[in-house]
Design a protein around this ligand. Sequence first.
Ligand SMILES: [Zn+2]
Length: 108
Amino acid sequence: MATVLRPLHTCECAICQQHSEATIVRYHAQINLLLSRLAEPQRRWYVGVLSQEPDSPSDVQLALITGLDEKTIQRGRREMENELAAVPVDRQRHTGGGRPRSEKKTRN
Ligand SMILES: [Zn+2]
């Protein structure tokens, strides 16, 4: 089974729908590309951090951009504010749903 890769989300914000600003379209596509390579908890932490940037979009916008639920984004932000205290480093792999990579790949 593949790790927790999820299909690439296509941004649904107004700018991307209309392709009105190439820079933003590219930026949103990159956010989604990055998210597609992250494990589930890391996705919400990343977007939680994004949501606190000075000019960051609202959670509603971020939900459109990333495909994450608003509640998920809020949760990510909260967890970051608490310095991930509820998510000890050594437990992430077990609780996050992320599995170690299959070793088959290197065998040949
Ligand atoms: Zn967008």
